[in-house]
Ligand binder design. Sequence first.
Ligand code: KIV
Length: 313
Amino acid sequence: MSRPKAMTVPALRGMKRKGQKLTMLTAYDATFARLLDRAGVDIILVGDSVGMVVQGQPNTLGVTVDHMAYHGTAVSRVVERSHVVVDMPFLSYHVSDEEAVRNAGRLVQEGGAHSVKMEGGRERASTIEAIVRAQIPVMGHIGLTPQSFHVQGGFKVQGKTESEGQRLLEDALAVEAAGAWSIVLEGIPASLATEISRALTIPTIGIGAGNGCDGQVLVIYDVLGMEEDFKPKFVRRYASLGGVVTEAVENYIADVRSGAFPDDAHSFHKRAGSAKGAVRSAGPVTEIGSNQDERPVNSSASGGYGPSESLPA
Ligand code: KIV
């Protein structure tokens, strides 16, 4: 099945009509954003989960618009194909619709967002309408809404009873009617998510909401198994990088301590009989060759911030 080149809002909405599943993952920095974009993920979410997985906070409530704009910029700067959604953090859209439009606009202008995401159902209808009127696409988010941490009593599955489920269905319909182009369904029973997905024309993107949604989202660090002890039921790990990182760092420490790193192959050398490219370092005059940068050794994972030429033997 052919997939659209640029993941615009119309293209993403079209995927639901064609029965194509949408894929979304979080990223908070340029390195991960580049990897996810190249791998072909449809949507990159700069989630306010950044507060927990990057900032080390216990929940998302401490995240600000400045934080989201900063991480949004890092991601949107390098993305070529994926649609970039930036989360509106707690208190950035709760005070007034006017303030919400201004903050959503900041995430577009400063953070490079293609869409913004906000939590809540019918109570957010007027805010979603106002932001959509400002020509900013909105993704909704209902069910387990992390910014309601204290109201919901922690990260708890929602919509387990008939009446709660009915209320969530009505919330989803209200978010769609207000003009959102998609909606995240988080932490709700699979059967309810399927019912909501069938009732809506806009794509639903599930996390802990079963297989009946139009797409799926996960936090990238969970997918990669960065945190050994964090194994929630709804996450499938596709790698165990936490252990890989620890082992690599332990090997690096051992090599530095034993003197095995850096060895000759990872050091710069004088070129015999030539003064070309000589630079003065803290010590004696050192020649690094005319085609060599003076900056540190290249890192391919970084996208290349060091010398562009290969290192001399
Ligand atoms: O902030 C986030 O990462 C999210 C996803 C979990 C949907 O909102």
